[in-house]
Design a protein around this ligand. Sequence first.
Ligand code: HPA
Length: 292
Amino acid sequence: MGDKILGSDSCQIDFLQIAANFRSRLDLSLVAEVRDSPELARDPLGSGLGGLADEIEQAVEIPFEEMPGWPAPSVPGHSGRLILGSLRGLPVACLRGRLHMYEGLSERLVVEPALLLGRLGAPILLLTNASGGVNPAFGAGTLMVMRDHINLTGRNPLMGPNDEALGPRFPDMTEVWDRELRGRLHAAGRAEDVALAEGVYLGLTGPTYETPAEVRMLRSLGADAVGMSTVMEAMAANWAGLRVCGVSLVTNAAAGLSPTPLTHAEVVEAADQAGPDLARVIGRFAEGLREA
Ligand code: HPA
């Protein structure tokens, strides 16, 4: 059990083996660099946001398939990879692709990759995702710094036995989304001349998009954007003591707020268009952290 961060039977990822693989596969100087001070861990979602990872230099890439115990992709083909390298001089560990509950995976399993980044030494976790705009002012292409979240999945990754050595039984959630890092994201947006909104992300399990009645309900609950990821990772990373921040790319007006039905193709297209702007903001954010 000691090799699994949350230690549930449903968690099969073998972290000790993965760490051993890093050591045998990586150039020693890079191991030192990455292991001593990866200051930023990024976690981009598949839908068109993966291009962020291409900016990482001196990258060492480890396909998820090669990680012992990593679950098989629910869609055949590439399931994603862990990328270790340098972003504008800042050592980073980046997951290209993530696990989702809508794939049928448990909430404890979907947070393991984010916790792995923390275990590799990253003190900051930057989460990105695609979402639907619930706030009528947040149309397709809006980049929204996440100020807070609402977990409406009905699940919590910390249910079950708690390892006090890693985090408390009853974690405080007053400031999951770090205020200082949000300020840094906004500063990066200003420096790159990319408009950044700020708001509350509401997480559901998916895989269905919402009904118009649900979207009206979510708005009345205080949501600005809705998506199918992120809240589990944010809760677990906060528990484990990582500083969390992130940007949601609003790919579409949520159901009922636009005259046309939602399609996955539209989500991917919007992510592809706004992805480069987000990548510039994150690059500048990394630069700021390096200089800090
Ligand atoms: N709803 C939920 N998740 C999403 C959406 C949406 O409208 N768009 C992109 N991810």
